[in-house]
Design a binder for this molecule. Structure first.
Ligand code: AHR
Ligand code: AHR
Ligand code: AHR
Length: 481
């Protein structure tokens, strides 16, 4: 039995089931998610390879070959059509036109399930999904349960990487108007033991790690690569549970009374569903979602324990984050532009600014060094790479406000992530294209001879669709100096 079959036999059926990796009912054969490609803005649905099975990632790979792809819809498998789509503006605007949030890149979170490739939803800051017209979700003080399988290594401290029940108008309408899984190391409201990240409950105007509104040391820091996160709430009581999504059982981190603050007992749930954002469309957070459901009724621990056993049996595992030309750690590399008219230029830097400059065999050693990079294991993810300046030891290519800079490694998590790039087979069909680890929709691109991480057809001038594939494809060679 699959997760929603298990919840149904526990008399707490799923009212929404979302996953880009697999069917959450053993009989489900319908669409899991929709992707849209940049080359012609057409879409396809990706379905399981067999009833109850793993997503047909190969269909996505074929459709997206030689272009970029976004996840436009995460379908609801429950039959209630509670699909998740691009989140609209609310208390906070998103980065897209008209204040919408970004959509997730389709290749940011590759994994395998029982050896078969699938893709999760990699939420970068600014990205979010929502449904404000949900059929069957808990409202008011009614009971519900939810779980999500997440990447325990992908998080930050911004508000709020959530999956669950939220406001129907995208605004903060007060305490108790949400009940969602939160994952990250935000300490503005509550926190758990250690330095995080933690599973907490976003109940609106507060991330709760237990009974009290601040720290509850019963809620542990999580170190698993795959995390099963569980929140459930009913009249007068609620719980946080969690575990390793790849092995073992769930633990209960909190189970008991509602917070004492007014508004939280009874609750005022509104019944929308959010993914990757806070209730008011706060969109600074990051995280990765593989699968999750919302139920009606308060699931028993036994039901959730069976769901966890099924998640473990799905055998989530990591897989390669890169493709195309090989990068050898300790070696050096230069990146030559492939756009017609610019092929005498290399990715280089002038002080802190990353640009392209004309370099030839007769150029000075200084210029050749400015266009040469030492290859390191990715500072922010060991499956990808970081590029240290040949002439400025200890400084690396990083993005900042989507511009590329050469900057000293300050040791921060943000620096390391911003300095990590995951090379893919070149978008033009040869060479190498470098996607930013933390922004899978964004690729190292030259525009007006400066370096950016650009999204194909996005809102900035440097995101221009014209010439995108060429500007974002580099011919690699051993470093010029
Ligand atoms: O409860 C934490 C956050 O506070 C909510 O997600 C958001 O709506 C508000 O800003
Ligand atoms: O480049 C995008 C973001 O801009 C970086 O991740 C962040 O460090 C900066 O605010
Ligand atoms: O970076 C040089 C050119 O500037 C790019 O090829 C083009 O997209 C932009 O106009």
């Amino acid at each position: 039995a699959a997760p929603c079959d298990i919840y149904a036999s526990g008399n707490t059926p799923c009212i929404a089931a979302h996953s880009t990796t697999r069917a959450l009912y053993s009989a489900y054969t319908g669409a899991l998610y929709q992707v849209k490609r940049g080359s012609d803005n057409t879409t396809i649905n990706v379905a399981p390879k067999s009833a109850g099975g793993v997503a047909n990632a190969a269909a996505q790979d074929t459709f997206c070959s030689g272009t970029t792809c976004l996840i436009t819809i995460v379908y609801d498998q429950s039959g209630r059509e509670n699909h998740l789509t691009q989140a609209p503006p609310g208390g906070f605007n998103g980065p897209e036109s008209n204040g919408y949030d970004n959509l997730a890149g389709a290749i940011g979170a590759p994994v395998t399930l029982n050896g078969q490739k699938a893709y999760g939803v990699f939420i970068s800051p600014g990205t979010g999904y929502r449904n404000n017209k949900v059929s069957g979700s808990a409202t008011g003080d009614a009971a519900e349960g939810m779980y999500a399988v997440l990447d325990g290594t992908h998080y930050n401290g911004a508000c709020c990487f959530d999956y669950g029940n939220a406001e129907t108008n995208n605004l903060d309408t007060g305490d108790g108007h949400m009940e969602a899984i939160y994952y990250g190391d935000n300490t503005v409201w509550g926190s758990g033991a250690g330095s995080g990240p933690w599973i907490m409950a976003d109940l609106e105007n507060g991330l709760f790690s237990g009974l009290g509104a601040t720290q509850n040391t019963g809620d542990p820091s999580i170190t698993y690569r795959f995390v099963t996160a569980v929140i459930k709430g009913g009249p007068g009581n609620w719980a946080i549970r969690g575990g390793n999504g790849a092995s073992g059982a769930l633990s209960t981190y909190y189970s008991g009374a509602r917070p004492s603050g007014s508004g939280y007992n009874p609750m005022h749930k509104e019944g929308a569903i959010i993914l990757g954002i806070g209730g008011d469309n706060s969109n600074g957070a990051q995280g990765t979602f593989y699968e999750g459901v919302m139920t009606t009724g308060y699931p028993t621990d036994a039901t959730e324990n069976s769901v966890q056993a099924d998640i473990v049996a799905a055998k989530y595992a990591t897989t390669s984050l890169v493709s195309g030309p090989t990068y050898t750690v300790g070696g050096s590399v230069s990146f030559k532009a492939t756009t017609a008219g610019y092929t005498d230029r290399y990715l280089a830097h002038t002080g802190a600014t990353v640009n392209t400059q004309v370099v030839s065999s007769s150029s000075s050693t200084a210029l050749k060094q400015a266009a040469s990079w030492t290859i390191h294991t990715g500072l922010g993810n060991s499956g990808c790479y970081s590029f240290e300046s040949k002439d400025t030891a200890g400084s690396y290519i990083r993005h900042y406000n989507f511009g590329l800079q050469v900057a000293a490694n300050d040791g921060s998590k943000a620096f390391k992530e911003d300095a990590t790039f995951c090379p893919q087979s070149g978008l033009t069909g040869s060479g190498s294209s470098l996607r930013a680890w933390g922004y899978p929709t964004r690729w190292v691109r030259h525009y007006a001879n400066n370096g950016y991480i650009a999204s194909n057809g996005g809102v900035h001038d440097f995101d221009a669709a014209a010439s995108f594939n060429n500007d974002a494809t580099w011919a690699t060679s051993t470093g010029l100096a």
